[in-house]
Write a protein that binds this ligand. Structure first.
Ligand SMILES: Cc1cc2nc3c(=O)[nH]c(=O)nc-3n(C[C@H](O)[C@H](O)[C@H](O)COP(=O)(O)OP(=O)(O)OC[C@H]3O[C@@H](n4cnc5c(N)ncnc54)[C@H](O)[C@@H]3O)c2cc1C
Length: 433
């Protein structure tokens, strides 16, 4: 049986739900298809003890109830319950356990094949997540066969790993938090560090997100940054919401007993070989941190009273030993490698000419050159906060308004499409804001 709707949203994570909220408010017909359950990635692709790294005030979806404590950090399971409540609060039309296997546009409408039959829609919104597929570097192929390997998205808890030591590769928020958890569970842990970021959890008596908001970083648009591609590639802030929002950085991990090394280059004859670049990447992170703290200290407006009351309490620089160049995997009884090396996006089911040579969706502010096709929830899609829980709602409202304004026939030509024109001209479209 062919299902039909006006706007079909693929994915019922925070992005899909936010758009559903705005389309519902606007009285626009739509449906969400979700291959698992609502918020599936928070249920099955994140570790058990994960606590949000954004405080309550920055983890709220448009139109939802506020979290009881705006400064507290929600546990993963509480956030899943929150997403469920949010979906129920406006009757989000979610079809769970429906996997999209193909999206084409044979005529004026999109044809979407799914595990529960075909759908037809005037608009399709891809909300399948920025952190979608594990990105594992090629060096994984050189790992000794006795090592268990898993991506951070498959890590659950220390007890679920084979006995022995763990090499965590990648010092982003996942790598640093997982390394801390494993070390506290008594595991020998080595952390291979590449390009990374460092920020204090709190500065001048406020959570760092307060300052990022105060200096306008969260609302900074992709059109305002000098190098959009570099901004999208910027390392994520290695923050932790665990234990009420504890400080986490390489110095903390070193004190916990984690062996901090340079970038993992390869495995050879049962040894892990590391680059001699730890001090370079640490210094680089330090420089970027100091630039950020300068901007906070110099910021003139509403942060001033906090400035007067709380003078700069800059964290001391991270000073670590150079780290081993070689680690004998067997001698250190390392049983497992966890690849905390980030995510990529893959759209094998998207049979439409909207992918660039790297396989990323071509879009401007979420509007693709193909009329009626949208994407939501990508990193820096429109603003720095685009892929944050508390940031996706603004982009969802923007797309909802665009969908409401688009002609009902679906007969837009590429020439008449604001997004396509904007892509060609390289400037903002004349779409509603
Ligand atoms: C470990 C980790 C921790 C994070 N912590 C925070 C935090 O504390 N605060 C914050 O603001 N942000 C955080 N983020 C960033 C961001 O909020 C999350 O990545 C969030 O899950 C993004 O939501 P989304 O709806 O865009 O995508 P997702 O949550 O990835 O949702 C996409 C949905 O699409 C579904 N789907 C995919 N393919 C198909 C298909 N073919 N057919 C049907 N359905 C499909 C998936 O099952 C999934 O439910 C974190 C990210 C990670 C990886």
């Amino acid at each position: 049986m062919m299902h039909s709707t006006d706007t079909l949203i693929i994915g019922a994570g925070q992005a899909g739900l936010s758009l559903s909220h705005h389309l519902t408010r606007a009285g626009l017909e739509h449906a969400l298809l979700e291959r698992g359950r609502t918020g599936e990635r928070w249920r099955s692709e994140r570790w058990d003890s994960l606590t949000l790294l954004t405080p309550g005030w920055l983890s709220r979806l448009d139109g939802s109830e506020p979290h009881p404590d705006p400064d507290a950090f929600l546990a993963r399971t509480d956030f899943v319950a929150y997403l469920d409540r949010y979906a129920r609060s406006f009757g989000a039309p979610i079809h769970e356990h429906v996997t999209v296997s193909s999206v084409t546009r044979p005529g004026r409408r999109f044809h979407v094949e799914t595990s529960s039959g075909p759908w037809r829609a005037r608009n399709v919104v891809i909300a399948t997540g920025d952190s979608a597929e594990p990105r594992i570097p090629a060096v994984a192929a050189s790992a000794p066969p006795q090592l268990a390997q898993l991506h951070a998205s498959r890590y659950r808890n220390p007890a679920a790993l084979p006995d022995g030591g763990v090499l965590v590769v990648g010092a982003g928020p996942s790598g640093q938090q997982i390394a801390a958890e494993l070390r506290r569970a008594g595991r020998p842990v080595a952390l291979a560090v590449g390009r990374h970021a460092r920020v204090p959890r709190r500065y001048r008596d406020r959570d760092i997100w307060h300052w990022l908001d105060a200096i306008g970083d969260l609302e900074r648009t992709i059109d305002e940054v000098p190098d959009p591609a570099a901004s999208k590639r910027a390392p994520s802030l290695p923050l932790s919401g665990a234990n009420g929002g504890e400080q986490l950085d390489l110095a903390v991990l070193h004190r916990l007993g984690v062996t901090v090394t340079g970038r993992l280059e390869t495995f050879h004859a049962g040894h892990a070989l590391f680059a001699d670049d730890l001090h370079v990447t640490i210094d680089d992170a330090e420089r970027r941190l100091l630039r950020l703290l300068d901007r906070i200290d110099e910021h003139p407006d509403r942060s001033q009273s906090a400035h007067r009351a709380h003078p700069p309490d800059r964290p001391p620089p991270v000073r670590l030993p150079a780290g081993p160049a070689v680690l004998d995997v067997a001698a250190h009884e390392i049983s497992t490698v966890i690849w905390a090396t980030g995510y990529q996006r893959e759209y094998p089911w998207l049979h439409l000419p909207v992918l660039d040579p790297a396989g990323e969706i071509i879009h401007r502010h979420g509007i693709t050159p193909l009329p009626g096709l949208y994407v939501l929830g990508l990193k820096f899609q429109r603003r720095r906060a685009s892929h944050f829980i508390g940031g996706v709602g603004t982009d969802a409202a923007f797309l909802s308004r665009h969908i409401a304004c688009a002609p009902a026939t679906g007969a837009l030509t590429a020439r008449a499409t604001p997004a396509a024109g904007a892509l060609r001209r390289g400037r903002a479209s004349r779409t509603p804001r």
